[in-house]
Design a protein around this ligand. Structure first.
Ligand code: GUN
Ligand code: FE
Length: 432
């Protein structure tokens, strides 16, 4: 890692309430970390390599904190169903294919290319139950120079036979991956991934919680996405107060850093526990629309200071793009506002941008902002062709890019101060 200066129109959200913007400034990084933003370059940095992006926007790389790698081929399929029938008819049959490493490689290289293309420089991702293709996905991320948490899925009940793991083997495979990958790469880390309560026995959850604590490994799962799912969990665990408590008794709810996807139907007590345990919520509006799941009350989470990031939730979500997920989150929050008699205020554009950058990025540490000490994970955006108006503020230009721009406007990606090129060029891009 080296030192670097990026020159251009710099915009980011150090807090959710406002954009910070610096026209024609210098963003300086040492050893991949931001040291400051300057209107003229101080003499001590003048020997650093300078990349001149004058007239272009420089924004933090996007962060997707919830998606499923093996579901990538299923985008746009089966979305007339709700969660549980969709899992059974589309998702599980697709995920059963990933014992085949050749198939896994084809899918995973095209997925990583497309994450790169859309400017998602960090993600938190589920693989399938398969140990070898999970390792392949981790190695492909390592070679890509993008940042990721990757989790081998655990499931040992209420699951079709080809995806139903032996509990002991599920735990052993998970431990093997943790040991092999916990120190292998600074950018790519393992994460413990019980799929969700209905598909994980008590013994499995207990074992996974022990592994999380023993190795201090992060955890991800799903929580309160769909009403039928919440009822199912109540029937499976009638002795416990609520869905969150099931994870909590097994040390899978903030005992190590944790992300729960969806969080649409949480009780006030569950929100108290998320706040207390610093559990992240992954807000996945496209998925919630597609599977008729509901609208997450994201304002309640922000008001309580529960950490929130955005998730594409491919393939419940059809779209890998975090900017388009930001727009969907804003739109969903506006419908929620109307449906609560103007009770829960809609998201502003700076709040949505924050969620898709620093909000989710804080799961990784100092990621998603350009404050001092943050990793220089940046996108360079050429927005010149997005319209004829040339009297816009930097903030308006970012808003316009989020709403009407796309991957074609992103001209460079940086992670920890290093330019990242398209990882798997030999693969024909799948996206339009
Ligand atoms: N709940 C359990 N598994 C899944 C999944 O694969 N996608 C979504 N959206 N919800 C889930
Ligand atoms: Fe999901």
């Amino acid at each position: 890692m080296s030192n670097l200066v990026l020159k251009g129109d710099i915009v980011f959200t150090p807090d959710k309430d406002s954009f910070k913007s610096y026209k024609d400034h210098y963003l300086v990084a040492e050893e991949g970390r931001v040291v400051g933003i300057f209107s003229s370059l101080p003499v001590e940095y003048q020997s650093y390599p300078i990349k001149d992006y004058s007239g272009k926007l420089i924004i933090p790389g996007f962060v997707d904190i919830h998606l499923h790698a093996p579901q990538y081929p299923n985008r746009g399929l089966g979305l007339d169903k709700e969660l549980i029938p969709w899992l059974n008819t589309y998702t599980f049959p697709e995920e059963a294919k990933y014992h085949d490493l050749d198939y896994a490689e084809r899918v995973y290289t095209s997925l990583i290319n497309d994450l790169w293309r859309y400017g998602t420089t960090s993600c938190v991702i589920f693989s399938s139950i398969h140990k070898e293709s999970t390792k392949l996905l981790m190695d492909l991320f390592i070679d890509s120079n993008l940042r990721a948490y990757v989790g081998k899925v655990n499931m040992d009940r209420n699951t079709p036979p080809e995806l139903c793991e032996d509990t002991e083997k599920s735990l052993l495979d998970t431990e093997e991956i943790i040991l092999e990958y916990k120190d292998k790469s600074p950018l790519v880390k393992p994460i413990i991934t019980p799929r969700f309560v209905p598909t994980c026995s008590k013994e499995l959850m207990e074992g996974l919680g022990k592994l999380a604590i023993k190795y201090n490994v992060a955890v991800q799962s799903h929580l309160s996405e769909n009403r039928d799912e919440v009822d199912w969990v109540k029937n499976l665990h009638p002795d416990l107060e609520d869905y969150a408590s099931v994870y909590n008794v097994y040390n899978l709810f903030g005992q190590t850093k944790t992300i729960m996807a969806h969080c649409i139907y949480n009780t006030p007590e569950e929100l108290d526990l998320m706040e207390k345990n610093r559990v992240f919520a992954a807000h996945c509006p496209h998925s919630n629309y597609n599977l008729s799941s509901g609208i997450m009350p994201v304002r309640k989470f922000l008001d309580r200071n529960i950490p929130v990031g955005l998730g594409s939730d491919v393939s419940g979500g059809h779209d890998l793009s975090i900017p388009r997920t930001m727009v969907a989150a804003i739109q969903a929050s506006k419908m929620k506002w109307l449906n609560t008699n103007k009770g829960l205020k809609p998201l502003t554009s700076s709040e949505a941008f924050y969620l898709g950058t620093k909000g989710g990025g804080s799961f990784f540490g100092k990621v998603g902002s350009f404050e001092e000490g943050y990793s220089l994970d940046a996108l360079v955006v050429d927005d010149a062709k997005l319209g004829v108006k040339d009297d816009l503020s930097l903030e308006e230009r970012v808003q316009r890019f989020i709403y009407i721009g796309d991957d074609r406007n992103i001209v460079e990606r940086y992670v920890e101060g290093k330019r990242v090129d398209m990882p798997y060029r030999q693969n024909i891009p799948t996206m339009v």
